[in-house]
Design a protein around this ligand. Structure first.
Ligand SMILES: Nc1ncnc2c1ncn2[C@@H]1O[C@H](COP(=O)(O)OP(=O)(O)OP(=O)(O)O)[C@@H](O)[C@H]1O
Ligand SMILES: [Mg+2]
Length: 370
């Protein structure tokens, strides 16, 4: 195996580096023969390297596997393609949902490297489908609350107002308290009603930068007045397919969380970013056409980071790490992104938390790179 000199003292064997990587990797040549498998791939596919290297990829995977068409696409186009949530199963291994990234090997035309990520976005997707389930249960609950709670509440509020007229000064404080608290419950029910909006979302072309600028203005004149906001936009980003109002609502919730995480600390900063990601796709569970999600919107803050115990349930309704939080913000964001056919992911450690929305393009004929 050819060695690479990193510095006068260090020689590195690229094969040893590949073998040491914990992600399963395969190299497939022009004719579809498997030429290399690292030890993570041996474990993942439950076959030894010599055995794998005697097979063609099409013999390893089931007929019609989307991985084969990904490889063919990369061989033709010569650019990297990732697809999230593909089901991989071989006669020797149980089916799993993984992310697959296929990249061309430039010094060997037609050869490609496949990287499998069994724990990546696929897992996040699974979590997200659960979040959608959680959102659905909120939908049902919101409808019940609207009926069963709001009506009696307005009765209680009206009665308290009547009492207030004849109450002694000391008691007025109590009737005020009843009014204020019933108002608070009404506001909460109103927020939950957003989940139960039964109208189908009207989707059209949306300029993401206009959405971000709108949110930035709201934030900078209100809750994030004291926080520096930075824009890192890809100016050539094409329009998304979505609903402007709903996307504003989603981004606003994310920016509000970011501002609350930053708090009053000096040097607090929120970075709004956009990027075009070629080759990001989401496999549909039914095995049909995959959805392209090339538009990335990111909201990054340098605040406290998300408490670890909250992270697995963060998109569920009523999960909050704040003393006065209702825990509805992220549940609503997950519902909105899901209604757009998109994906939300996050990455958090103290002083660096990023939420990324991956959204579909408003298709205007064949995909044109911006
Ligand atoms: N950018 C962030 N940095 C740190 N923690 C975060 C961030 N975003 C969300 N969180 C954590 O996730 C929890 C859930 O957020 P979510 O927006 O759903 O509810 P909330 O902000 O507590 O209440 P609400 O948005 O309904 O007022 C938060 O309480 C917070 O602990
Ligand atoms: Mg919130």
């Amino acid at each position: 195996m050819r060695q690479v000199r990193l510095s006068p003292e260090v020689m590195v064997d690229p094969g040893a580096v590949l073998a040491a990587l914990s992600d399963p990797l395969l190299v497939v040549d022009f004719d579809g023969n498997i030429r290399f498998a690292n030890s993570a791939a041996e474990q993942f596919l439950q076959q030894s390297t010599p055995l794998l290297c005697r097979q063609k990829l099409k013999d390893l995977l089931p007929f019609g596997s989307p991985v084969l068409s990904l490889v063919a696409q990369v061989q033709i186009e010569g650019t990297t393609v990732s697809e999230y949530g593909i089901e991989i199963g071989t006669p020797k291994m149980e089916a799993q949902i993984v992310d697959v990234k296929v990249s061309p090997l430039f010094d060997q035309p037609g050869s490609v490297v496949l990287r499998f990520d069994p724990r990546g976005m696929a897992e996040k997707m699974d979590r997200q489908l659960t979040h959608r389930g959680a959102a659905r249960s909120v939908v049902g609950m919101a409808a019940i609350l609207a009926h069963e709670v709001k009506n009696p509440l307005s009765g209680i509020r009206g009665a308290a107002q009547l009492l207030e007229q004849n109450a002694a000064t000391g008691d007025r404080e109590l009737t005020r308290l009843i009014c204020d608290e019933t108002d608070r419950i009404c506001a909460l029910v109103d927020r939950m009603e957003l989940f139960s909006d039964p109208r189908a979302v009207a989707m059209g072309p949306v300029n993401i930068h206009e959405v971000l600028e709108h949110v930035r203005k709201i934030a900078q004149t209100g809750f994030a007045r004291h926080i520096k906001m930075v824009e890192r936009y890809d100016p050539s980003l094409p329009p998304a397919l979505g609903s402007r109002d709903l996307l504003i609502q989603a981004v606003l919730n994310l920016v509000k969380n970011a501002a609350e995480a930053v708090g009053d600390q000096p040097g607090g900063e929120i970075i709004l970013g956009t990027a075009y990601r070629h080759g990001v796709r989401l496999a549909t569970r039914a095995g049909g056409e995959s959805t392209k999600l090339p538009l990335e919107v990111s909201i990054q803050d340098n605040g406290s980071g998300i408490p670890e115990d909250i992270q697995p349930h963060m998109f569920d309704a009523f999960v909050s790490g704040k003393p006065k939080g209702t825990g509805l913000g992220l549940a609503l964001v997950a519902k909105i992104v899901g209604d757009h056919g998109g994906v939300i992911e996050f990455d958090s450690r103290p002083r660096r938390t990023v939420f990324r929305l991956l959204l579909p393009l408003h298709d205007i004929g064949p995909e044109v790179a911006p």
